[in-house]
Design a protein around this ligand. Sequence first.
Ligand code: FCB
Length: 447
Amino acid sequence: MSMPTGPAGPLRFPRDFGWGAATSAYQIEGAAKEDGRGESIWDTFSRVPGRTRNGDSGDVAADHYHRYAEDLDLMRDLGLRSYRFSISWPRIQPDGTGAPNQRGLDFYRRLLDGLHERGIAPMATLFHWDLPQALQDAGGWEFRDTAHRFADYADAVFRALGDRVPAWLTINEPKTVVQNGYLSGHHAPGRQDPDAAYLVAHHLQLAHGLAVRALRAVGGTGRIGPALNLHPCYAADDTPEAAAAAQLYDGYENRLYLDSVLKGSYPQDVLADLGARSRMVRGIHDGDLAVISSPVDLLAVQYYTPIYVTADGRTEHRWPTSVAEWQQIYPDGMYDILTRVTRDYGPIPLTVTENGLPTPDTLATDDTVDDAGRITFLREHLAAAHRAIADGVPLESFHVWSLLDNFEWAEGYDQRWGLVYVDYSTQRRVLKRSAHWYRSVISDGGL
Ligand code: FCB
């Protein structure tokens, strides 16, 4: 990739750079009961009073299931080259096992055909947290068999849609399932059980590896990799204690997922910290790491925030936060995490599959949405990504989270992350100022 750019000149990206945007099924589709879709753990979780803000759920969401054609036109009008979305497991296997539901597959085929017609490259995530409820009832990700159920589901999807998908992502942010689903409990399935949490981590990693093997087994031509949210971890002060605490924190945040896939081993410091009697360590079978480290073709990185770790292992905030109070705005973290991955794991092709922030967007009377904060944020993060590319990082594409305002999990519809505003009372889409800006970035090929 050659980049014609000087230090003071405009930041030009490689000519074939994959300018994109991302979504996920439960967050945008709605149509929760249509065409044979089964229930997912997020349907169940959202119905429990107090679990989501205002009791919001993805029942209707941005109604993308019915409005996908309009959304495809929006993507074309923005000039997107790449669209990262997820396939809903309970649409394909309502109970998580058995013959695929043709009507569910048909929806994604229509979407894929629409992307191809508009010259937009699809990037499909197999699992973005919407586990079929029936599998949760059988033990969920604590149960090793769920990894095999995932591989069967993946196999069905590869066979049905593999001719239309050049790039697959296996599991979105396994770490978030572990931390939010099983440690803090503020995501489905809402558990607070550290011992279960890391067994879940292992089974998610195993599921990833089994899906990679399933793609190879069907002779799939698409590329495949994991989608990891990585957090650069910095010591909060320059004591050796803070450095050691940040190092262990990095093990739990990053190396647990990166090393297992890309080096075939779990980080020793994390395993030692969990202890030989932990359910995770006892749950690792001979041969599992070989499965987990089955060669991948690309690594998807999602970057939102850095973490600062104190000597006693607490975290501190150093930078201004967005509307999402967990998110500190620190663009250099994008550069640090991208260059670190290339340095520590070699020149595996990278894609940024999520980066963005929520802003307090409102629709003005003249039908505009002025989200200047999003433009500044994206400009600075893209500049950091550009710097990483200039320093040798093989970054192929960048997807803004998100294309549309959507159901932000426990935060419901309060947080607006989209380039495109969704008026939920009418489902009308309005391009925010950032969408107009992003369109010109794409047509200029840079900043
Ligand atoms: C990521 C999720 C995505 C969205 C963004 C804000 O952790 O993958 O679905 O919620 O955060």
